[in-house]
Design a protein around this ligand. Structure first.
Ligand SMILES: [Zn+2]
Length: 92
């Protein structure tokens, strides 16, 4: 008997055609703004309405992925922390 876990559902934010990040640029694949763009922030907050801590964890993981991508390209933006997780505390 197999005990392999098969995940078939993807989070709303990562559905194709939505405001998801392109790598390694970390620009939005739909609107071209720096990710997370305004629509991605809105989608993320809606998706994690009852679990805001989960949104922060998810964004922190993306921030570290972005850090690695930017470091590999030789430039780490000074506002990376604010861009990925700093805005969450100011959201209603
Ligand atoms: Zn976007």
């Amino acid at each position: 008997m197999s005990t392999e876990l098969i995940i078939t559902a993807r989070p709303i934010l990562e559905q194709p055609g939505e405001h998801v990040p392109e790598r390694p640029s970390w620009d939005c694949g739909k609107c071209g703004q720096s990710w997370p763009c305004a629509n991605a922030k809105s989608d993320l907050l809606y998706e994690h309405l009852t679990t805001p801590a989960a949104a922060l964890v998810r964004l922190a993981l993306h921030m570290w992925e972005a850090f690695d991508d930017f470091a590999a390209r030789g430039h780490i933006p000074a506002d990376l922390r604010e861009r990925f997780i700093g805005w969450v505390r100011d959201s209603p």
